[in-house]
Design a protein around this ligand. Structure first.
Ligand code: HEC
Length: 228
């Protein structure tokens, strides 16, 4: 029979709608009729927890440094007695290696946002004695914690070089790889000078100026101060 309002699903829905007016959060009413709570409506900032495995020092040695080498080593000129040997990417595999480096840097550098030890337990860096060249892990940590904005700016600077290299790979612009290598070196060193061996700043600035002058005369990759 038709016209039996008040029974069955339609009836339950009707009474539910009536209740919503009175008590919006009554459990049992269709949840789609309720305004979502903030927790339910916003996507979580991260999909899960982030837990570090290694110290900053090991992350550098085992991830960021090898990834950077994929880019640094992609273009170079070696002068020998026999003549000059130029390396540039030629094959798809050559470009793939550069892309892997760029993605690893751009994504991997964000792992430096996860609080983690700076060095493995017991490793104090080269930080003892007079004129110690490096800061201790505790000194680095104190510096970072005094200005998180600066730490994150250094992270973004490196990420930006990663993005720059990705663009270069997309368009296979060999020429631009030379400058990108210089930018990469700059992004690494400007963080190291700030947090790891600040005493070297004056020396390196002088070196940088000298290299810049040299570069103005003959254009080439600037890799000053690498490998510390
Ligand atoms: C946001 C800051 C930051 C950036 C950017 C950064 N580093 Fe580091 N790096 C550090 C700090 C801090 C240490 C010293 C950690 C320690 O020894 O306590 C370090 C240490 C290192 C070490 C020494 C590892 C060892 O085994 O002694 C290498 C190599 C290194 N970085 C390479 C790089 C390269 C290459 C880049 C750029 C592609 C880079 N880093 C970018 C902060 C940074």
């Amino acid at each position: 029979m038709v016209g039996h309002g008040g029974t069955g699903a339609r009836g339950r829905l009707a009474s539910c709608v009536g209740l919503i007016v009175i008590a919006i959060s009554t459990p049992g009413c269709s949840s789609s009729n309720r305004p979502a709570s903030p927790a339910a409506s916003s996507t979580p900032v991260l999909w899960g927890e982030l837990k570090p495995v290694v110290s900053v020092k090991e992350l550098m040695r085992d991830m960021l440094d090898p990834a950077a080498d994929n880019i640094f080593d992609a273009v170079k000129i070696v002068y020998t007695k026999e003549g000059t040997v130029e390396t540039i990417p030629k094959t798809d595999a050559d470009w793939e290696k550069i892309r892997i480096g760029a993605v690893t840097l751009a994504e991997g550098v964000y792992l430096l946002k996860i609080p983690r030890p700076f060095a493995p337990p017991g490793d104090e860096n080269n930080s003892t004695g007079p004129d110690a060249p490096e800061l201790s892990p505790a000194q680095i940590k104190a510096k970072l914690e005094s200005d998180l904005v600066l730490w994150n700016a250094k992270i973004e600077a490196l990420r930006n070089v990663g993005l720059e290299v990705l663009e270069i790979v997309k368009n296979k612009k060999v020429d631009e790889l030379w400058d990108a290598g210089g930018n990469l070196d700059q992004a690494c060193e400007s963080c190291h000078i700030q947090y790891w061996y600040p005493g070297d700043r004056a020396v390196l600035e002088k070196l940088d100026r000298r290299l810049q002058e040299m570069n103005e005369r003959s254009r080439g990759p600037d890799r000053a101060g690498r490998g510390r």
